[in-house]
Ligand binder design. Structure first.
Ligand code: ZN
Length: 324
């Protein structure tokens, strides 16, 4: 294994490094991207891990930091590169979704653009670094500060059976009950995992934690998933640990439930609930307490997240769900 370099940060065989890559200049400061490199010096998989694309998804940031701090070169085969917080500006500002300077959701602008606005520059750097230097990528997410979320994992089906099987295996190894398998006609465009999968790099997202919290049980869920995937890839010893009584359920489509009327929303179903089309999900009342809308599920599926706003307007997002 030769020396691994990410910008000015480098780790030779048997070395571990932490440092910053200068991404772009701001009027006063410079945005620096933190990165860990753990280079075993032995042959093995080159694994990249990212967290904090969304600045308040603290569970993923904590799990990535812990794995990076605690893993020593002698613990692994191959290399592990960890970007513990991608959206540094959003993290510092506690912005729930965007890179504050340009308002973009970075996980919609991959593969990025070296000459674009800050989100595009950052996406381009990550995409390029990982595409050239990794055999697999793990991306950690969760519910943001305004979102209650039930754990699930995500992969992207490109049509290349070999890549897709490995991405699905990685998604399964997060050991979460639901998998969202996106594809070219399904899911979001411009995600990091989709663009890297299309380049032949197996990739999966784990989603755990929510509402601006960093509960230890959620961190452990991510840590188990990461450890399982590192074992599967051959980066560390051991057999993946599975705790679910049945295989995760795979969904290939998603749906959103939005408010049609403004008012005060009361949620009636917890996240993780299985619903049928037409099931009552909540009610919107006016300030006099009259029900103005009964919110029902447009599809059968499972409710994976809920926007926690009590006061809603026409078009406000209420629930997100997965369906077959
Ligand atoms: Zn996220």
């Amino acid at each position: 294994m030769p020396t691994v370099r990410i910008g000015p940060v480098s780790a030779g065989p048997g070395e571990k490094a932490f440092g910053y890559v200068e991404m772009f200049e701001l009027p006063v400061s410079v945005m620096r991207l933190p990165v860990w490199i753990i280079n075993s010096g032995t042959p093995g998989p080159r694994v990249a891990m990212t967290a904090g694309m969304h600045g308040t998804e603290y569970v993923g940031i904590e799990a990535a930091t812990r794995i990076a701090r605690e893993t020593q070169p002698a613990d692994i085969r191959g290399t592990l590169v960890v970007f513990p917080v991608v959206n540094v500006l959003g993290f510092e500002a506690a912005d729930v979704l965007a890179v504050p300077i340009d308002g973009q959701n970075i996980n919609r602008v991959f593969p990025g653009d070296a000459h674009g606005s800050p989100s595009f520059v950052l996406a381009h750097f990550l995409f390029d670094s990982i595409r050239r230097g990794a055999d697999a990528v793990i991306d950690l997410h969760g519910g943001d500060a305004a979102q209650a979320l039930h754990p699930f994992s995500v992969c992207y089906e490109t049509g290349d059976a070999n890549v897709d099987r490995r991405s699905m295996d990685m998604a399964e190894l997060f050991d979460m009950p639901f998998i969202w398998a996106m594809g070219p006609q399904r899911g979001h465009s411009g995600m990091m995992i989709s663009e890297l999968s299309k380049c032949g790099i197996p990739a999966a997202i784990g989603e755990a934690g929510d509402l601006g919290t960093c509960r230890e049980e959620d961190v452990r869920l991510h840590l188990r998933g990461i450890t399982n995937i590192l074992r599967y890839l051959g980066a560390i010893e051991g057999v993946p640990e599975r705790t679910l009584p049945v295989a995760p359920e795979v969904f290939r489509s998603d749906f959103r439930v939005v408010a049609r009327r403004g008012g005060v929303f009361s949620a009636l179903v917890p996240i993780g609930t299985r619903v049928r089309a037409g099931d009552l999900l909540g009610v919107i009342k006016n300030i006099a307490g009259d029900t103005v809308e009964e919110v029902t599920s447009p599809h059968p599926g499972v409710i994976t997240s809920f926007q926690s706003a009590r006061v809603v307007h026409p078009g406000s997002r209420l629930y997100h769900g997965l369906m077959p």
